[in-house]
Design a protein around this ligand. Sequence first.
Ligand SMILES: Nc1nc2c(ncn2[C@@H]2O[C@H](COP(=O)(O)OP(=O)(O)OP(=O)(O)O)[C@@H](O)[C@H]2O)c(=O)[nH]1
Ligand SMILES: [Mg+2]
Length: 301
Amino acid sequence: MMNLNEQQCGLVALVGAPNAGKSTLVNALVGQKIAIVSPKAQTTRTKLLGVAIEGESQLLLVDTPGIFEPKRRLDRAMVQAAWGGASGADVILLVVDGKGGLGPKVDLIMEALADRSEPKMLVLNKVDIAAKDRLLVHAQKLNERLAFEETWFISAETGDGVAELKAALAKRMPKSPWHFPEDQVSDATDRMLAAEITREQLYLQLHAELPYASAVETERYKERDDGSVEIHQQILVQRPTQRAIILGKGGARLKEIGSRSRTELAKLLGQPVHLYLHVKVKPDWEDDRGLYRDIGLDWVD
Ligand SMILES: Nc1nc2c(ncn2[C@@H]2O[C@H](COP(=O)(O)OP(=O)(O)OP(=O)(O)O)[C@@H](O)[C@H]2O)c(=O)[nH]1
Ligand SMILES: [Mg+2]
């Protein structure tokens, strides 16, 4: 039994522009997939807690939606959730895509970070595909504008530098008993995870604005006596044309979405999954308070 007096535990918030690799990094730090990832911007819609352990230290990693200039109500709720997730953190990690330019998105976040009192660290991600000189220029420019306590160069995808970063974070955590049992990896319920995994397929398989026009709700989640689980989900879209695209010819697209989501879920849950998907047109889902609550977002006026 470990000595409770030795335990450390604290909050590490990851913020950054959409697509910087925050969710990929949270998964890498936790050591398994808890957050969905896609090449499309604005994949993460709400804050999600990943739990990682390093020696005596438990890291509570807050994955947040990418921060950008919000336009729709949903955007505003997402950006609000992102900054809310950073509030009171023991350290804020600014994750920057080392391959992309710095640009207005990073500027916006740097300005907001300057006013915050939490300790900050800079993480330049995607070193596997970014040019070294470019990474160094980014790091220098950002450090001139804000006093980051540490600067890291990593690849969340290949794992390069991730173990070292994890150890450094673990050391910084305050003395405190652990908040979660040793085997808990996230604060999401299996129901929420199931909805996210299907939403990930929408991001991976659909083009243009479709992923942004859709949401997924788990309506029924039932453990069967045979050890499998039965999951019923609704994919909400705004227009009948969008529904037609998601269904595809003879329902082929929806079948593919369902089949990949089911395979992924069975792997993550460690049990057979029966997945039933239903596509529903709901023009105003973005104005449905209940849905915001379900996906863990606060309603913004
Ligand atoms: N080559 C490379 N790709 C990466 C790395 N980290 C993330 N990616 C890719 O970058 C894309 C975005 O990754 P996400 O983890 O979804 O990014 P995010 O910051 O969570 O994005 P939002 O949730 O939209 O804010 C995905 O296609 C990832 O596979 C990396 O270190 N190297
Ligand atoms: Mg994300």
